[in-house]
Design a protein around this ligand. Structure first.
Ligand code: ZN
Length: 359
């Protein structure tokens, strides 16, 4: 199984770039009110997605890393079909399901959500007939987290003078959060759920609170495949919410210990165990650096700007380090792992870091 870096291997990058152009054309058409624009948008999204059979009857749908929300999904085409994660909005999820319809015309009977962040489950309603499975805390978080209407308002708000808000709105330009009805899991996992999908064993294992409260990975032991959800960001800088560094690192260790041949990350290209190993090293490095600055009484944002990114400077959106430093400081202050993060302050800090880097 090739574990390519798409920026170096060439093929996927070229596909991705074509996708960027065609999506922009489609969005322009949509804004002009062309009657065919919706389907044009969905066709272009499908063009940007890459369907890969990573083992017999096991597929990954990979999206190019264009920033916030461009996530990956999976389909196990056995036992009535099981999808792993939907996408952030309805047009992208329709395009995802069109990709899967090329594998099988039958609607999948099951859907697993690896966690509650919208880029993994806001398309759930398009599989509302399926049994939707997730961790209990993932399901609970659906009602508590930011709602689609709020995101749509942020996305479409008039240009803001606030640099953080303005760059966040710009990052949402590819999405359309209208019409989303949150559809949470109803089959709930506490520790694990073992399924037999007509001969394919699928182990759904709780590993949170790491990236979020309700993180679940999907392990196919015979196929040696793990779908990690956002426990793994590959070649892109991770963002974490309610979990702890220790649990996240333990979850990455657990993935390595499963000895998969193919790891399907929540974001970024396919990899092997080098993916979780490198991300563990990143988390350990950022936590240690943050500790030094915390002990010197530097504010988190200033620390984030002072940390030398070394080999991780190549990962996309390196300014997301602000999230990790904020989380580290939260832990150093002895606060609970689900203490709310001040998103507006983080967004402003990220915009500042990005500007400083580009200057
Ligand atoms: Zn995600």
């Amino acid at each position: 199984m090739p574990h390519e870096d798409p920026r170096r291997a060439g093929g996927f990058t070229a596909r991705g770039r074509r996708g960027v152009v065609s999506v922009q054309h489609a969005v322009d058409a949509l804004q002009r009110g062309s009657p065919t624009s919706i389907s044009a948008v969905e066709m272009c999204y499908a063009d940007a997605m890459e369907l890969r059979e990573v083992a017999k009857d096991v597929h990954a749908c990979l999206t190019p890393d264009r920033g916030l929300g461009w996530s990956n999904s999976g389909l196990i085409n056995r036992g009535g079909g099981m999808v792993i994660d939907t996408f952030w909005d309805l047009p992208h999820t329709r395009a995802l399901l069109d990709c899967y319809a090329r594998v099988t015309p039958d609607r999948p009977r099951r859907l697993v959500n690896t966690h509650h962040n919208g880029d993994h489950c806001w398309g759930n309603q398009l599989l509302a007939d399926a049994e939707i499975i997730g961790h209990r805390l993932c399901a609970e978080a659906f009602g508590k987290d930011v709602q689609p209407a709020v995101m749509e308002a942020l996305r479409t708000a008039p240009a803001s003078d606030d640099a953080g808000l303005a760059s966040f709105a710009a990052a949402l330009a590819d999405w359309d959060f209208s019409g989303i009805e949150l559809t949470p899991p109803t089959t709930l996992i506490d520790e694990r759920l073992d399924l037999d999908l007509d001969g394919i064993a699928a182990h759904l294992i709780y590993v949170g609170p790491a990236h979020t409260q309700g993180d679940v990975i999907v392990h196919l032991p015979e196929q040696k495949v793990v779908f990690t959800g956002d426990i793994l960001f590959r070649l892109c800088t991770p963002i974490g919410w309610e979990g702890t560094f220790a649990r996240w690192i333990a979850a990455l260790d657990q993935i390595v210990a499963l000895a998969p041949d193919v790891v399907v990350p929540g974001h970024g290209p396919l990899c092997g165990v080098e993916g979780p190993r490198e991300m563990k090293a990143y988390l350990e490095y950022v936590r240690a650096e943050a500790r030094t600055f915390f002990d010197a009484d530097l504010p988190a944002l200033e620390a984030a700007g002072r940390i030398d990114l070394g080999p991780y400077a190549d990962w996309t959106e390196p300014e997301r380090i602000v999230f990790s430093v904020e989380r580290a400081y939260r832990e150093f202050r002895g606060e609970p792992h689900d203490a709310p993060i001040d998103l507006m302050r983080i967004l402003a800090g990220m915009a500042e870091l990005r500007e400083a880097r580009e200057a």
